[in-house]
Design a protein around this ligand. Structure first.
Ligand code: NAG
Ligand code: NAG
Ligand code: NAG
Length: 224
């Protein structure tokens, strides 16, 4: 079942990659999401944003803070991690120097029961919120970081995009210059191959998300 699911998503991705003409950065869904996002910005005469691995690793810690609780992502009970978490928890987990933390100028967040490919997450999930396009095209952003992770190796899947107005060389700087790769989950910008097939366990996932085709989808867009 899991193998079939992975095969189907790979087939689906190659099909949609042709349609969207996605530049294949590395074998990493977070990098692919950034590529789709940047090509959409440039098509709208916006700038292409620098894919900052320190910021992207923080995006992964950000979604891990939800501990698999989709309901906390959107709707009436929407929560977001406290600002203090960036310095106290997320930066240390990533090896990001705390003094180089820079304001977040936008966030896009989604949680869903089904894994879909990055191009589809972008257009069918993240961009469905009315505020999302404003956040996407905001001229104040200079850099971006994206992350995706399953929960306990399976559903639900959390996607997170964080934007910042930091300078490329002096924001979210990594101690020793390299991103501390934390699994599970994938983040962008680190030249880190991270594919669903090899990094997400194929142990039984609790078959209900696929078997019953139950789909839940929660998302949230924050200006700041
Ligand atoms: C950019 O993304 C938005 C939201 O998905 C979509 O409506 C628009 O057509 C896209 N633009 C291009 C040039 O792909
Ligand atoms: C962009 O930044 C400027 C100056 O910090 C601020 O006044 C403005 O509201 C920001 N624009 C958006 C769309 O956030
Ligand atoms: C950023 O860093 C690169 C390499 O470390 C360097 O070549 C470049 O000049 C720096 N850019 C700025 C604006 O400091």
């Amino acid at each position: 079942m899991a193998a079939l699911f992975i095969l189907l998503s790979l087939l689906f991705f190659s099909a949609s990659a042709n349609v969207h003409n996605v530049v294949k950065v590395t074998d990493n869904p977070a990098d692919q999401l950034v590529a789709v996002l940047n090509s959409n910005r440039t098509a709208h005469k916006g700038s292409s944003l620098y894919d900052n691995p320190g910021l992207a690793c923080i995006a992964l810690q950000y979604v891990k803070a939800y501990q698999g609780d989709c309901d906390a992502v959107g709707g009436a009970d929407a929560k977001k991690p406290a600002e203090s978490e960036f310095a106290e928890t997320f930066a240390p987990a990533c090896g990001v120097t705390v003094s180089t933390l820079t304001p977040i100028t936008g966030r896009l967040l989604a949680c869903q029961s089904k894994y879909v490919d990055p191009a589809e997450v972008f257009s069918e999930v993240l961009m469905k919120n009315s505020k999302s396009l404003d956040i996407l095209y905001d001229k104040n952003h200079t850099e971006v970081g994206a992350a995706v992770t399953g929960t306990d190796g399976g559903s639900p899947y959390f996607w997170c995009v964080l934007f910042s107005n930091g300078k490329r060389n002096s924001s979210f700087a990594l101690e020793g210059g390299v991103a501390k790769v934390t699994r599970p989950g994938c983040f962008s910008g680190a030249n880190d191959a991270c594919s669903g097939a090899s990094d997400w366990p194929t142990r039984p996932l609790g078959l209900w998300p696929y078997a019953t085709s139950a789909l839940f989808l929660v998302m949230y867009a924050f200006g700041l």
